[in-house]
Write a protein that binds this ligand. Structure first.
Ligand code: DGL
Length: 276
C-alpha cells in the first residue's frame, strides 16, 4: 500500500493486554520518531481461552478504531489474534499493511540439532489451523511439540511475574517438551517473554529458547520509512482499567511518563473515559 503522508499517520499496535508491549518496546527503539498507538484489549483478555469468532470480532473492532485514529500500518502484537484473524483483516482492509506475530518456526528448525522443537503458545493458538499449516510448511521432518499454556497469561496480566504458583504452572507446561527431548523451544505468545527467566529455569540450560518480537518490530520498521513530519508520540489505550494498566507499565516496564486512556467503543467518540 501507499503510505498516507499526512502528519497524523500512526502505527497501530494491539494485543489482548500487556503482551504486545514486548513488541512495542522494540518498535520504540527501532522507530524513535514514529507516532505509535497501542491498544490493550484488557477487558477481553485472555484471548487464548476465547473462540475464533470472538477473537476475530475483537480484532475487527480494534482495527477499525486504530484506522479511524490514523493508523496506516497495523501491528498485531499477538500470536492468538494473528492465528485467527489476520487473513480476515487483510481481506477487509486490503489497502492497509498488517504485520502479524507468529512463532519463528524457520529459525527454530535452523537452531535445532536433534530435530525436536517445542512451542509454547496460548490454547487458542495451539489449536489454530494457521499454526499447524506453518509447522507443516517449515518443519517437515521435524518433531514439533505444541503446548497450549492455559492460565499463564492471567498471571502476567495481574502483574505476577514470578510467584511460586506461576513457577509451578510454567513447569507443568514445560514437562511435555522435556519428555519429548526438545533442544529448542519457541515462545509463541507475546506475553511469555515477560517471564523468560521462568521458562529458562523450567526448561534447563540444554534447551535454546527463541523469541520473535524483535523480528516482528523489524518487519514493521521496514514498512515505515521515516518522514520529516513524524513526531514521536505514544498513546496507550485499554478496554479495561486505565489506572491498573498505568501501574503495570510503571512497575514492569518502568514507563512512568506514558498516559493511558480508557477506550469505550460504545461511547460517542469511542474515546471517552478516564485518562491517567
Ligand atoms: N499475547 C497474546 C499472544 O501472543 C494473547 C495472549 C492471550 O490473551 O491469551 O498470543
Amino acid at each position: 500500500m501507499q503510505i498516507d503522508l499526512t502528519t497524523r499517520r500512526e502505527i497501530g499496535v494491539f494485543d489482548s493486554g500487556v503482551g504486545g508491549f514486548t513488541v512495542l518496546r522494540e518498535l520504540r527503539t527501532l522507530l524513535p520518531h514514529a507516532r505509535l498507538r497501542y491498544l490493550a484489549d484488557t477487558a477481553y483478555a485472555p484471548y487464548g481461552s476465547r473462540t475464533p469468532e470472538e477473537i476475530r470480532a475483537r480484532s475487527f473492532a480494534i482495527t477499525e478504531h486504530l484506522i479511524a485514529q490514523g493508523a496506516r500500518l497495523i501491528v498485531i502484537a499477538c500470536n492468538t489474534a494473528t492465528a485467527h484473524a489476520i487473513d480476515a483483516l487483510r481481506q477487509q482492509w486490503p489497502a492497509v499493511p498488517f504485520v502479524g506475530t507468529e512463532p519463528g518456526i524457520k529459525p527454530a528448525v535452523a537452531a535445532s540439532a536433534n530435530g525436536r522443537i517445542g512451542l509454547l503458545a496460548t490454547p487458542a493458538t495451539a489449536r489454530s489451523a494457521r499454526l499447524h499449516a506453518l509447522i507443516e510448511r517449515h518443519a517437515a521432518g521435524h518433531e514439533v511439540t505444541v503446548q497450549g499454556c492455559a492460565g499463564v497469561v492471567d498471571h502476567i496480566e495481574a502483574g505476577d511475574l514470578g510467584s511460586p504458583e506461576l513457577q509451578a504452572l510454567v513447569a507443568r507446561h514445560c514437562a511435555p517438551l522435556l519428555e519429548a527431548g526438545v533442544d529448542t523451544a519457541l515462545l509463541g505468545c507475546t506475553h511469555f517473554p515477560l517471564i523468560e527467566p521462568l521458562w529458562r529455569e523450567a526448561l534447563g540450560p540444554a534447551v535454546t529458547l527463541l523469541r520473535i518480537e524483535t523480528a516482528v518490530a523489524r518487519r514493521a520498521a521496514d514498512l515505515w520509512p521515516p518522514l520529516p513530519t513524524d513526531a514521536a508520540r505514544l498513546a496507550v489505550e485499554t478496554s479495561g482499567d486505565a489506572h491498573a494498566l498505568k501501574a503495570w507499565m510503571a512497575e514492569v516496564l518502568g514507563w512512568t511518563d506514558v498516559e493511558v486512556q480508557a477506550w469505550r467503543p460504545e461511547s460517542a467518540n469511542g474515546l471517552q473515559g478516564q485518562t491517567v
